[in-house]
Design a protein around this ligand. Sequence first.
Ligand code: 13P
Length: 256
Amino acid sequence: MRKKFVAGNWKMFTHAAAARQLASAVAHGLGNDKRVSVAVCPPFPYLSAVAEALKGGSVALGAQNCYHEKEGAFTGEVSPAMLVDVGCRYVILGHSERRQKLGESDAFINRKVHAALAAGLEVILCLGETLEERQSHRTETVLETQLNGSLAGIEANSLRRVVLAYEPVWAIGTGQNATPQQAQDAHAFLRGKIRARFGEETASALPIQYGGSVKPDNAAILFAQPDVDGGLIGGASLNADSFLAIVRAALGEPAA
Ligand code: 13P
């Protein structure tokens, strides 16, 4: 059985003291519980402070982006090796906010996926359709295009270090989560595509998170779907109590 994985994407929120405090509270709340994988992904400037706050605990550190080059004259960019250096285990790539607001293409994301894996990071690869794409019945086409484009040239053995995050754009930050059935259908579709390309063993081991308005009161039902292996949490990850309640929901324990 796949272990559930709950990650907090703090986006462009917090400040140094708040980041440290939030990370400590999450680490303290989780203790040494290893039944669920938990990560927090703060903004770049706070990665080191959060790494320090997480030291010795069970919560992993992730970043929200990286560049695909190892080093060089790339003003403002951060390499995968730098993320490893400050203690990151994960990097989120392909988030819809970067696809939409910063114009990231599947080809560009694919270069980052290769670079991140080569540097030893695990990748949380985000995919998801817009409302207009869903309403015009293009959800599966969009997901397949994003999946194939982002994972071009990736081998099955590297896929052990990839987590997919299905994040329907219309559900992000809107308070309108996908229904458990909508999430399950999209996840089963993605797993089916992974199965067809990489085989059953890889597909059944692959964690697929759901992201988009996950809250303590809807997490349990979403996570109870057979192909939903946890969540990538935005707004609710900025409060330790609500994030920990979502983690408990992943364990099948009462969330609130
Ligand atoms: P919300 O949980 O705020 O909807 O954000 C989801 C998300 O984008 C996580 O990456």
